[in-house]
Design a protein around this ligand. Structure first.
Ligand code: NAD
Ligand code: MG
Length: 390
């Protein structure tokens, strides 16, 4: 098979590193993938090491102040170097077989959009982009012919078992419940950043770990599923499944339910997004043995402890810019929590207040359809949310 070209935006993060692991183990059997672009925010040393180890064609550092450092780190190597927001978008527009959108937060939108506009198939981990700009990304994908392929484990599961012949009744996203599934609500006030970071099943970046602890990650995933699979809020359920073995389920009209199972390891959904529509890649992921596991548990979500799920459904039902506003409020609140400016339990509260305040505005926007409109709305959402920081 002719090697295929992969570019990774957010290569030094948790998903980025897992993607490079998948590439490495696939290439150990036969050279399946070449790396064109690797891009990161600040970590020059990690980016340069990756670029050298994987013989990337180009390395991009989003923080333009680090350009000179990257040049020093890559001197003597035949690797193109770029920096800053424009460098990131130009790199994203270079043709490739798969563009991995693995930047965290709304910062990932410009490069994801540039990749889609260039007609590159995007493997999407960066759910925040889709939530903020679903109509825009989907319209541009339609124009350019790009596919937006899910890489989030739940959405990959649905993608793998979805036979959409107009007979799907609903989707169920599974949720581990995060580190505070069994923590009484009256202890939520004193939860620290390091406690919130300690996810029982998945090893992930800081923001998504905190999102998992508040279950805002599942809230974002409801919206992500709605946009990826064209479903409404009442067609998407969430069930707590602490073992994270069933990654999600599709319910059909005849009563059949199809699920995808596997050990909780991002390498499986990443491998699927890299290989689709060709045959699956071999990975080193631990093999699932149900007889050893013995038991799988399921519970409903406690809406008082985890109000994020209801907030996402309300935002989806309201439509327009509400999903974007929810995402912006959450990004503001999570940063504030990390900086010690608000408590853990304030995160969902800030999101709720921001949504209510935005809903009360007379100048509410419809769903934005240009990057400029999206960026303006993001600023509006951020400004409203900041007012609710105590
Ligand atoms: P992370 O914090 O580990 O890594 C983030 C990456 O983005 C880093 O490479 C960083 O350099 C880059 N980055 C951050 N800000 C940037 C900016 N302004 N410009 C350019 N690059 C920037 O995050 P992660 O856990 O790998 O998550 C990445 C995305 O994937 C998130 O949207 C997350 O929700 C999603 N996701 C992650 C997992 C997981 O297992 N970690 C699973 C599913 C989905
Ligand atoms: Mg997920």
């Amino acid at each position: 098979m002719t090697p295929q070209t992969i570019s990774i935006f957010g290569s030094t993060g948790s998903v980025g590193v897992s993607t490079l692991n998948v590439v490495k183990s696939a290439n150990a059997r036969e050279t399946r993938f070449n790396i064109d672009v690797l891009a990161a925010h600040n970590n020059v040393e990690a980016l340069a090491n990756q670029a050298i180890a994987f013989q990337a064609n180009m390395a991009v550092i989003a923080n333009a102040d680090k350009y000179a450092d990257l040049c020093v780190a890559l001197s003597g190597h035949d690797i193109e170097i770029a920096a800053g927001a424009a460098g990131l978008c130009e790199a994203a527009a270079r043709p490739c077989h798969r563009s991995i959108a693995a930047i965290v937060g709304i910062a990932g939108l410009p490069s994801t959009l540039a990749a889609v506009q260039a007609g590159n198939d995007v493997a999407l981990a960066n759910k925040e982009s889709l939530i903020c700009a679903a109509d825009l990304l989907k319209a541009e994908a339609l124009k350019s012919g790009a596919h937006i392929l899910p890489m989030d484990s739940e959405h990959s599961a649905i993608f793998q078992v979805l036979q959409d012949r107009g007979d799907v009744e609903k989707l169920t996203l599974t949720a581990s419940g995060g580190p505070f599934l069994d923590t009484p609500l009256d202890q939520f006030a004193t939860i620290s950043v390091s406690e919130a970071m300690a996810h029982p099943r998945w090893s992930m970046g800081q923001k998504i770990s905190i999102d998992s602890a508040t279950m805002m990650n599942k809230a974002l995933e409801i919206m992500e599923a709605a946009f990826l699979f064209d479903k409404k809020a009442d067609e998407i359920d969430v069930v707590i499944h602490p073992q994270s073995i069933i990654h999600s389920l599709v319910h059909y009209q005849d009563g059949s339910v199809l699920a995808q199972l596997g050990e909780p390891d991002m390498q499986s959904p990443i491998a699927y997004a890299l290989s689709w529509p060709d045959k699956r890649l071999h990975t080193d992921v631990k093999r699932l043995d149900l007889s050893v596991l013995g038991q799988l548990d399921f519970y409903p979500v406690d809406p008082i402890k985890f109000p994020a799920i209801d907030l996402a459904k309300q935002a989806l039902q309201a439509g327009g810019a509400m999903p974007l506003i929810l995402n912006c409020a959450n990004e503001v609140a999570v940063s504030a929590f990390i900086a010690g400016q608000c408590r853990f339990m304030d995160i969902s509260l800030i999101v709720e207040k921001t949504l209510a305040a935005y809903a009360g505005l007379e100048t509410r926007a419809v769903s934005p359809n240009s990057l400029e409109d999206v960026l303006k709305l993001i600023e509006t959402g951020r400004q409203i949310a900041k007012k609710f920081l105590i």
